[in-house]
Design a protein around this ligand. Structure first.
Ligand code: COA
Length: 260
């Protein structure tokens, strides 16, 4: 598949997906959101890919937000539809993807950029990364899930402050908040994330997909996370990965998961 705004580099079980509009600090325009949707769908359907790392092109930004030039003259209806379509096409898709997604935040992660990172399953930042939700400084609010996912990750009071002040926090602050799991030098960010991705790839991809579903269910008001966990747990017992994982343990060897 040919893309204009993103790059995909797949090596064995790991794909690195790079948002590639460095002259606009990788801001998410309509085309980028559409292409990211297609790319995530494609990678999820590819049984060889066991983990995805998402990052931004250049050394300045992960993603500096939604592309402000595209929505500056929108009406009420167009604004609502922008948020609804974006959430469905990209942010909810990433959060619920069966393949693990790690955000490698290599610089500014603002507005829609931080929202994309928060939709990923977890985050690693480089030392120079700065993040925030500056939307109220533009007269709008976060519309790609930011008002929901930021309080989930850092707590309501901290999220309220960050949203209301439209301020930015640095990577050290973000790790203290639990917004990112690790902070590493910019030059080693991708290698660090690929190593984490490889650790994930060595485990059962089928079980990981079930774990993602169960964890996410606990944050969904319309589902019972414990009930989803029980069902997902049972489902694992019918998989070839479970047979291989338990057999390998009993035979005192490393499991070689078939991924089904
Ligand atoms: N939408 C559209 N274009 C954006 C953008 C965005 N969210 N963020 C950056 N850009 C563009 C700039 O317009 C500029 O384009 P130009 O060279 O054609 O004028 C280019 O990216 C470089 O950005 P610039 O502002 O010159 O870089 P900087 O180093 O001075 O500042 C930021 C960096 C991140 C502080 C600044 O770009 C910024 O505040 N961006 C908007 C952040 C934001 O409000 N995001 C939430 C959107 S809802």
């Amino acid at each position: 598949m040919q893309f204009n705004t993103i790059l995909i580099d797949s090596q064995e079980a790991i794909s690195v997906l790079t948002i590639n509009r460095p002259s606009k600090l990788n801001a998410l325009n309509r085309e980028t959101i559409q292409e990211l949707h297609q790319a995530f769908k494609m990678l999820e359907a590819d049984g060889r890919i066991k983990a995805i790392v998402v990052t931004g092109s250049g050394d300045k930004a992960f993603v500096a937000g939604a592309d402000i030039s595209e929505f500056a003259d929108f009406s009420v209806e167009e604004g609502g539809s922008l948020a609804a379509k974006g959430q469905e096409l990209l942010f909810d898709l990433v959060e619920n993807l069966g393949t693990p997604v790690i955000a490698a935040m290599n610089g500014f992660a603002l507005g829609g950029g931080l929202e994309l990172a928060m939709a990923c399953h977890f985050r690693v930042a480089s030392e120079n990364a700065r993040m925030g939700l500056p939307e109220v400084s533009l007269g709008v609010i976060p519309g790609y899930g930011g008002t929901q996912r930021l309080p989930q990750l850092i707590g309501k009071g901290r999220a309220m402050e960050l949203i209301m002040t439209a301020g930015m926090i640095d990577a050290e602050h973000a790790v203290n908040y639990g917004l990112v799991n690790h902070v590493v030098p910019q030059g080693s960010l991708l290698e660090f994330c690929k190593k984490l991705a490889q650790k994930i790839a060595n485990n059962s991809s089928v079980a990981i997909a079930q774990a993602i579903k169960a964890v996410n269910a606990g944050f969904n008001n319309t589902s019972n996370g414990y009930a989803v966990e029980i069902e997902a747990f049972g489902t694992c017992f019918g998989t070839a990965d479970f047979k291989e994982g338990t057999t390998a343990f009993l035979e005192k060897r490393k499991a070689d998961f078939p991924g089904e």
